[in-house]
Write a protein that binds this ligand. Structure first.
Ligand code: GLU
Length: 282
């Protein structure tokens, strides 16, 4: 007997859902159902510059058309900024957060100056420029109201938690390597949170026990497990699935209009066809 699982599908409304999303959503929904648990839909819309209400509407319509149902009300991250700010305050209180005044151009220039700059899972790692500021300079720049992001001092965070492991149902035990990401952003200059912080807080607040998503997010999990541990949250189980590819072996992406659920539906495919194309025969 498996325990009742709480799973979620957490799309960002920055485009139309494609077959890869359908696979994630169908997997999470089926796993929750088979275990007698719950399936949650969460809208990850903190990036207000890129999110559009019409894409959110399309997500709801496409998932319902596919035959999925979910708990109401749907949580929209943009409506819960205070929860992320509270998490950030805890981390700040632990002395693990510092303001970063760098612009993108300054970071790129700094990386270009040091050819041995480490590369992380998402590109070159932040060189830690603002971590090295003196307390006086930091205070003066904050006083002046200079725009800043907030970053996690990842080395200090790891010193606090020690080595971490997490479990992937498809891959087994994984030794986390959050240091590979460098000092990740926890709050952006224009938004009081970041993807890493919001996803960690929400999975906890919503009681998610199994995070199912594409394998492109395997590296990000190392950061999520670090944040969970610092914040005293339980680490859920994970299931990262392979990314679906087209006939040429290319990964589906939001830019591939032909494999959006919307385009498939308009081309006359039914929900059963799309479930099958997404890897679900039943
Ligand atoms: N919102 C993220 C995306 O659409 C997925 C986050 C997650 O599943 O953890 O790519």
């Amino acid at each position: 007997m498996t325990d009742a699982m709480v799973t979620r599908f957490a799309p960002s409304p920055t485009g139309l859902l494609h077959l890869g999303h359908a696979h994630s959503a169908l997997f999470a929904h089926r796993t929750a159902q088979e275990s007698g648990g719950r399936f949650i839909l969460r809208i990850e819309d903190i990036d207000q510059g890129r999110c559009r209400p019409e894409f959110e509407q399309a997500i709801l319509e496409d998932l319902a058309w596919l035959g999925l149902d979910w708990e109401e009300p749907v949580r929209r991250q943009s409506e819960h900024m205070s929860d992320y700010v509270a998490g950030l305050a805890l981390l700040s209180h632990m002395g693990l957060v510092y303001p970063c005044f760098c612009t993108r151009a300054e970071i790129a220039a700094e990386i270009a100056r040091s050819p041995a700059a480490p590369h992380g899972p998402e590109g070159p790692v932040y060189p830690g420029t603002c971590r090295a500021l003196s307390d006086d300079e930091r205070a003066a720049r904050l006083e002046e109201g200079e725009a800043h992001a907030l970053r996690l001092d990842v080395a200090a965070a790891i010193a606090n938690t020690g080595a971490l492991r997490w479990r992937d149902r498809a891959r087994g035990e994984i030794a986390a390597d959050p240091a590979a990401h460098g000092d990740v952003v926890l709050a952006r200059k224009d938004t009081p949170t970041s993807y890493h912080l919001a996803v960690t807080v929400d999975d906890h607040l919503q009681g998610v026990t199994l995070v199912a998503r594409g394998e492109d997010l395997v590296p990000a999990t190392d950061i999520h497990v670090l944040l969970q541990t610092l914040l005293g949250f339980a680490t859920p189980d994970y299931h990262h699935h392979g990314l679906l590819t087209d006939a040429e072996g290319r990964r589906y992406a939001k830019r591939d209009a032909a494999v959006t659920l919307r385009a498939l539906r308009e081309a006359g495919r039914g929900p059963e066809d799309v479930r099958r194309m997404a890897g679900f025969e039943d």
